[in-house]
Design a protein around this ligand. Structure first.
Ligand SMILES: [Mn+2]
Length: 356
């Protein structure tokens, strides 16, 4: 079994005189396990973490097998990397052009005189698309915590309670259940706020007849869960119930249709056909889903403009929604694993409309 670093090096067709210089935290973590600041170097037959004294011990714990290069006070990481790489007969680096700022790049040019600098072509992210069993286990655990947390806080969701109250209860519950942190800031959107897909929870208090959209996820071992449920407090209006039914049909149909070998945009189109066919196409503005892992939003995307072929063991959210200003909104989201012939949801919380 090749290491993650070896697979990236192979995909990048890295030359003998080149090294990959990673500064994006998610890529650094993926190849080394290190979660602190600095840079990670991988190349043919050697690898290292460039860091400062605050993290030296952490590197030895998190990234065994990686050499630890500790900068001197005032020294930049790239300057130490240059000394190290020159000693390994390297004179060219590949870096993450979507991570390095213009200022950092100018400094790298000063710190690495004579080195050729070429942008990576997303090879680390490409390798990250297919999850290993250990990664899937962590995402599964994060989803499990998220489902249990929602179930446990259902009694909190009642008349007079604010969106913020619900957010606090849900986030606290995830942490109590063993989450290391949150995948992202929890969305709680009630009543007319439901028409905002990324509503920020606020002081609005729940009323009978509200639909409440909860979009949240636990983080476990560096990996994210992502799930959304829309619940009702008391009997919702006929229109909201109808909207719920349409979103549910779109979610289930797409989830059932998704498997390896298909084109991402074709799955997205299924949701657009169902929601558009029901007359709500103009109220569904976002893509159907995205991959999820160390980052909450990873490629590929289930969207009209992503024509990537879906691969086995890629995690994907399936999250159609309808958002009608002045009326409210519904979104239902599962994080799924793509299999050869079907997909499996890691989120088992019921999708039936819960009327609390
Ligand atoms: Mn999502």
């Amino acid at each position: 079994m090749k290491t993650r670093a070896e697979r990236i090096i192979e995909l990048a067709k890295l030359l003998e005189n080149e090294a990959i210089y990673l500064t994006k935290p998610s890529n650094m973590f993926y190849v080394s396990g290190y979660t602190g600041e600095g840079a990670v170097i991988i190349s043919h037959g050697f690898c290292a973490v460039v860091t400062d004294s605050r993290y030296t011990e952490q590197v030895t714990r998190q990234a065994p097998g990686f050499e630890v290069l500790e900068i001197k006070t005032g020294q930049r990481h790239a300057a130490l990397a240059y000394e190290y790489l020159s000693g390994h007969h390297v004179n060219a680096i590949r870096f993450e052009a979507d991570e390095v700022t213009v200022k950092a790049f100018e400094n790298m040019q000063k710190d690495m005189p004579g080195f050729t600098m070429t942008a990576l072509n997303g090879e680390p992210e490409q390798v990250r698309r297919v999850k290993e069993p250990s990664e899937l286990a962590l995402i599964r655990e994060a989803c499990d915590i998220s489902c249990k947390a929602l179930n446990n806080i259902l009694p909190v969701i009642r008349e007079g309670v604010s969106e913020t109250d619900i957010r606090i209860a849900l986030e606290f519950e995830m942490l109590k259940l063993g989450a290391d942190g949150l995948a992202f800031d929890t969305i709680v959107a009630s009543g007319e706020n439901g028409s905002l897909p990324h509503a920020i929870p606020g002081p609005r208090k729940l009323k009978k007849g509200d639909m409440i959209t909860l979009d949240f996820g636990a983080r476990k071992g560096g990996y994210d869960a992502d799930m959304t449920r829309t619940l009702a407090l008391g009997e919702p209006s006929a229109e909201l119930k109808k909207i719920y039914g349409i979103v549910l049909e779109a979610q289930q149909t797409c989830q059932d249709a998704m498997h390896a070998g298909l084109v991402a945009s074709d799955i997205d189109k299924i949701s657009r056909d169902i929601i558009g066919g029901a007359g709500y196409g103009q109220y569904y503005g976002h893509g159907l889903g995205h991959s999820v892992g160390i980052d909450i939003h990873e490629n590929p995307r289930l969207s009209p403009i992503c024509h990537d072929i879906l691969t086995e063991n890629t995690t994907m959210t399936v999250e159609p929604g309808i958002y009608v200003p002045g009326v409210g909104g519904v979104r239902i989201e599962n994080t799924c694993v793509i299999g050869a012939k079907q997909s499996e949801t890691l989120v088992y919380f019921t999708k039936d409309l819960l009327i609390l």
